[in-house]
Design a binder for this molecule. Structure first.
Ligand code: FMN
Length: 248
């Protein structure tokens, strides 16, 4: 008898895992279990005091399960690293946030599009903090999404005041008529002002951010025409948001 026959004889042979056992080993299953033992804090109407020049960073898997959070995230949210890792990102979801905003976020992320939502977050203390978010979508060689990165910054009070009015309406509609109705209202609102959600937010941020960086002005015309020339306003916004979120 060879050594390999001796090793895997009879019931000592390793049994294949059942579907349930495989599922139980996924980060998403573990995240659901961790989240089901989690009691969200009671919100209090007080803002977290934090250094608003800093950038809050997190990285998640394709399902929004937290894999990394920087020190600023830990300080502002009030959660320890071990409490955040492996948790769904909605650990910091504030009940004042309308569901439709996250629907818009996920619909865009899954399609590989970046949005810049303004979000009210809930810290462990029950206090809130408002941020504007930027996303980066990482894909593998097959083009499948493997991670999301998010950078968040504080946002001017004037921007918060404007979006808060809209969010309150959306939340009210959701409570009475559901997310479908609040999505229709949001689309109607954006059609009415003639902007996409991103344009609406970007215009607000540009309007109320003190001393926004000057637009880049081309000193000479490019020698080769670009197939899809970028509008100067679009170019300005792109540069602004890259600098705003501290991208290299
Ligand atoms: C990279 C990344 C960052 C996110 N950041 C936040 C955040 O700061 N606050 C938040 O409430 N949701 C954030 N989300 C969305 C959450 O995954 C979740 O959709 C949201 O909290 C709403 O929770 P719900 O789907 O249980 O209603 C983020 C998602 C990803 C992928």
């Amino acid at each position: 008898m060879s050594s390999s026959q001796r090793e895997f004889k009879g019931d000592q042979f390793p049994k294949p895992l059942s579907t349930i056992q495989k599922l139980e080993q996924t980060p998403e299953w573990k995240a659901i279990q961790k989240f089901s033992n989690f009691t969200p804090p009671e919100p209090i109407n007080k803002e977290v005091q934090w250094d608003k020049s800093k950038i809050i960073v997190s990285k998640t898997d394709p399902y929004g399960v937290i894999e990394y959070a920087n020190d600023v995230f830990i300080a502002v949210s009030g959660y320890a690293e071990f409490e955040l890792m492996g948790m769904p990102h909605n650990i910091i979801r504030h009940p004042d946030m309308p569901k439709v905003l996250f629907k818009v976020l996920w619909d865009n992320l899954k399609q590989g599009n970046v949005v810049h939502p303004v979000v009210k977050n809930l810290a462990k203390s029950g206090r809130y903090y408002w941020v504007i978010a930027d996303f980066e979508i990482k894909k593998n060689d097959k083009g499948e999404i493997i991670n999301y990165y998010s950078r968040r910054r504080s946002v001017a009070q004037e921007v918060v005041d404007k979006v808060e009015v809209l969010y309150e309406k959306l939340l009210q509609i959701e409570h009475t008529s559901g997310v479908g109705a609040s999505e229709k209202y949001l689309m109607g609102y954006l059609e009415d002002i003639g902007k996409s959600y991103n344009q609406f937010i970007e215009d607000l941020v540009l309007q109320y951010t003190p001393e926004p960086p000057a637009p880049k002005v081309a000193t000479s015309a490019p020698k080769v025409a670009l197939s899809t020339p970028m509008q100067p306003e679009e170019d300005h916004k792109r540069g602004f948001f890259a600098r705003f979120f501290g991208k290299k």
